[in-house]
Design a protein around this ligand. Structure first.
Ligand code: ADP
Ligand code: MG
Length: 395
């Protein structure tokens, strides 16, 4: 992938307007309908949350209005390269047919091992009979899978409206964020996010870190963290980041912790004694949320921000005893004038639980994809589209 940092990831991306006339033509649309399913009383499956299906409607409607014959294709779950009735797309097809009648939905792409392997013959079969390809699967565009990177080399191709909007907003954070620009990063696995933290640090005015990953930073800074999880392999990276960041990095100064014999409630009721600690967390206690003084400091920074990016809950928000930090940040973003961008499945869930999703500037449909775009400035799926035969600057 070339250096596109100055122009941003939108540069050279073919859009729907760059497609040849689609009237009467067959168009393959890669969507991300990897949605949560639940069982009905009669044992059949139904779509639990159709956010991702509705998010593709502007693209599907644009094509339908112009007379295209549309086939959508998605992955669903992790069927590992073979047909598996648990991951059949039938329930998704049922919901799609209610929202956008007349659109076909192909069977789960991951039923074929060729999808994840980016196999050439699988791409051949995928594009067979189609006249054009549209990628509207932002949440999958960080993966070099067959349906993402294969078709643009064979067919006139375009970014769909959802993909376009995602890249405009997230790319805008890279190229021209209104300042002060603040990033808030929490969640579980520091190893998965260290790359994006390093890249964000060069772009933001303040980087606020909470969630379980904060304990590795606190340990790297010489703090005691009690029974909280620490990723030993990431300690050195965290120490280097702390040294480089100076006062741009804001770490928790207090913690709401759970006595070791207790349990976090994820789905079921949690148990055990709670205490708030400033500074060090004593032996036998595990951090579960940022403490009240940290919340005050975070809100102070958010109040002065013009742009905020938030990824990852600041505590075990599934357990109401440890949701205060995430709730306070969500409410502060909702009432602030800053342009707030939220990425990540669990962060989006924390927001929608509070009914605050509509109060954000933008909620990304892609967790991993949004982080990778912010880290690297590009995604394999975007790079493939830029090399399509009809891409601007190529014809
Ligand atoms: P996202 O999906 O928004 O990217 P992640 O998947 O990285 O977020 O992290 C979400 C998970 O992090 C949640 O299940 C939450 O319970 C967990 N988490 C956050 N803070 C803590 C903590 N202090 N201790 C343990 N788990 C935590
Ligand atoms: Mg998650």
């Amino acid at each position: 992938m070339g250096d596109i940092s100055a122009a941003g990831p939108m540069a050279g991306l073919p859009l729907l307007e760059d497609l040849p006339d689609v009237g009467g033509r067959s168009v393959l649309v890669r969507v991300d309908f990897n949605v949560p399913l639940s069982e009905r009383p009669d044992g059949t499956l139904q779509v639990d949350d159709d956010f991702r299906i509705r998010a593709a409607l502007p693209t599907l409607n644009w094509l339908a209005e112009r007379g295209a014959r549309i086939t959508a294709a998605t992955h669903l779950g992790r069927p590992k390269g073979k047909a598996d009735p648990r991951y059949d797309v039938a329930p998704v097809r049922e919901r799609l047919d209610e929202l956008a009648p007349g659109i076909e939905l192909a069977q789960n792409l991951r039923f074929d091992p060729g999808e994840e392997a980016d196999d050439r013959t699988f791409v051949d079969r995928l594009v067979d009979g189609f006249d054009a390809y549209v990628n509207d699967a932002f949440g999958s565009s960080h993966r070099a899978h067959a349906s993402i990177v294969g078709p643009p080399a064979r067919l006139p191709s375009a970014a769909g409206r959802l993909l376009q909007r995602e890249v405009e907003v997230l790319g805008g954070l890279l190229t021209h964020p209104a300042r002060p620009f603040v990033a808030i990063v929490g969640g579980l696995k520091v190893a998965d996010k260290i790359g994006v933290l390093q890249s964000l640090l060069d772009r933001v005015d303040r980087l606020l870190v909470g969630g379980a990953m904060a304990y590795t930073f606190l340990a790297a800074g010489g703090r005691q963290v009690g029974a909280s999880p620490v990723d030993q392999a990431a300690l050195e990276h965290c120490a280097a980041l702390i040294a480089r960041a100076g006062d741009r990095l804001v770490l928790p100064v207090d913690t709401v912790a759970l006595a070791r014999e207790g349990s976090f409630g994820r789905g079921e009721q949690g148990s055990g004694r709670l205490a708030a600690y400033s500074g060090d967390i004593p032996a036998g206690w595990e951090g579960g949320d940022i403490g009240p003084e940290t919340v005050r400091r975070f809100l102070d920074v958010i109040t002065g921000a013009a742009t905020v990016f938030w990824n990852g809950p600041l505590g075990v928000f599934e357990d109401p005893r440890f949701a205060s930090g995430s709730d306070a940040v969500a409410e502060a973003l909702a009432s602030s004038n800053a342009f707030s961008v939220v990425g990540g499945g669990d962060s989006a869930a924390a927001l929608s639980r509070l009914g605050l999703s509509d109060k954000m500037g933008f909620v990304s449909t892609g967790g991993g994809a949004s982080l990778e775009l912010l880290e690297k400035g590009d995604l394999p799926g975007l790079d493939a589209l830029r090399h399509a035969p009809n891409a601007p600057g190529r014809i």
